[in-house]
Design a protein around this ligand. Structure first.
Ligand SMILES: [Cu+2]
Length: 156
């Protein structure tokens, strides 16, 4: 009869162990699912300093990642006004034609992707390159783009 008495603690122990294993399994699952979203974060804008000289930018190429935002900081170290217009080659040609037709006395048209910088001054232009491809930063003061005042931007 003494055997019957010993069985109860043994069964209770197995039940307690099974409950403990189940509890551990649940904790591990919820912990791993919480780490899945942790890798996604906002990408910070990159600042690129560029000097405007007579008649060129001090750098001629730039490579950016698709979706990257560049904060351009232009400093005009030359003697004449310069500007920067961002767009693909077709947009550059179209913009250059518009600027030439307006003449030297006209004001630069105010556009989102353009900034005019007077001699000794500086200007900023923030631009997000949303599509892969080739773009340009061109100066469209009369004759400047034609003289090669541009930066080739590769978006990869
Ligand atoms: Cu220029």
């Amino acid at each position: 009869m003494t055997h019957t008495v010993r069985r109860f603690p043994l069964i209770a122990g197995i039940v307690a162990l099974a409950a403990l294993v189940a509890a551990c399994g649940q904790t591990r699952e919820s912990g791993s699912s919480a780490t899945v979203d942790a890798g996604v974060g906002p990408a910070g804008a990159r600042t690129v300093d560029i000097a405007m000289e007579d008649i060129k930018f001090d750098q001629t190429t730039l490579t950016v990642k698709t979706g990257e935002t560049i904060d351009f900081r232009f400093t005009n170290t030359g003697q004449v006004p310069h500007d920067a217009f961002i767009g693909d080659a077709a947009a550059q040609m179209e913009h250059d034609t518009e600027m030439a037709e307006m003449g030297e006395a006209s004001e630069h048209p105010m556009e989102d992707a353009a900034v005019v910088v007077q001699p000794g001054d500086s200007g900023e232009l923030s631009y997000t390159f949303t599509e892969p491809g080739t773009y340009e930063v061109g100066c469209h003061q009369p004759g400047h783009y034609g003289a090669g005042m541009k930066i080739d931007v590769t978006v990869e």
